[in-house]
Design a protein around this ligand. Structure first.
Ligand SMILES: [Zn+2]
Length: 302
């Protein structure tokens, strides 16, 4: 198992009171430290994404527009939720680069699992816009890199509590990518999107608990993964469906994330030679994030 992260992710400074804060990543890094004391995994510095990798999913005009908007000092808003600072440019390029690099490493046979401890998150970013705390769609950069390397079936399992509108839009007409998204509904981002032919969209009511979630996952996602037979699985690992999360209203606990991860590991072992790239998305209670991430990592390495 590989872990990719970078100090630049702490310099993406969203300012006081913003939920997508550096303290989230600090909690995740504490989990990695605790994990590493038991499992001596390799931690590598996330490189910057290549421009070519970003252009597989984002428009060149968006890259140029974004370049102009990074402030030299202070902070700027990209939309009502998405705030950036001078350090955000480096963070965004390395967050996408972490997933590109992890994908390349796994396809080269270096490892079977990777966890990308990155921010800003990515799954709301669309081809032509930043959205919902996200600048580049990190997981989509990885999936597109896998297709460019010749894979024919890639699945993205997104258990972040929000629907990944960006990922959905990027791959809706791409039959080689299966996108499974579990999300609270009605809720942000509130965009009605039709799933592509292999996709599984699962809206969940506020209050859904771990038992209900597990049942729905077993009934809908496990058979879809078994039918699609992905050669590589990505996880959009948002931990904001946790009962303690301040932004959403589902009621998962740490052991539910362990269960979910084990289920995805079983699917990867069945068709993908065990290959999983897990990418941090949301999760806004730093006090929970440490234990939840640890539960995820402990299941991911099995
Ligand atoms: Zn989220």
């Amino acid at each position: 198992m590989l872990i990719l992260t970078h100090p630049a992710f702490l310099d993406h400074d969203t300012g006081p009171g913003h939920p997508e804060s550096p303290s989230r990543l600090q909690a995740v890094l504490q989990a990695i430290q605790a994990f590493q004391s038991v499992h001596p995994v390799e931690i590598i510095d996330a490189p910057r994404a290549s421009r070519e990798a970003l252009l597989r999913i984002h428009l060149a005009s968006y890259l140029e527009e974004l370049e102009q908007r990074f402030p030299e000092q202070g902070r700027a808003w990209l939309d009502a939720d998405t705030k950036i600072s001078p350090g955000s440019r480096e963070a965004a390029w390395r967050a996408a680069g972490a997933v590109q690099c992890a994908t390349e490493q796994l396809l080269a046979g270096k490892d079977r699992r990777a966890f990308c401890a990155v921010r800003p998150p990515g799954h709301h970013a669309e081809p032509d816009r930043a959205m919902g705390f996200c600048l580049f769609n990190n997981v989509a950069v990885g999936a597109a890199a896998a297709l460019a390397a010749g894979l024919e079936r890639v699945s993205i399992v997104d258990f972040d509590v929000h629907h990944g509108n960006g990922t959905a839009r990027m791959f809706r007409n791409e039959p080689r990518v299966q996108y499974g998204s579990f999300f609270e509904h009605p809720f942000y981002p509130g965009r009605e999107l039709e799933p592509g032919e292999n996709d599984v969209f699962v809206p969940l009511s506020a209050g859904t608990d771990g038992e209900q979630y597990r049942r729905i996952f077993s009934e809908q996602v496990e058979p879809a993964l078994a039918a699609f037979q992905p050669e590589l699985i990505f996880i959009s690992a948002g931990f904001d469906a946790h009962a303690g999360d301040p932004l959403a209203h589902l009621a998962l606990e740490d052991n539910d994330y362990a269960w979910l991860t084990e289920s995805i590991v079983a699917a990867a072992n069945a068709s993908a030679r065990g290959r999983i790239v897990s990418v941090l998305e949301g999760g806004y209670n730093p006090a929970n994030l440490r234990s939840t991430t640890l539960a995820h990592l402990q299941a991911l390495i099995l």
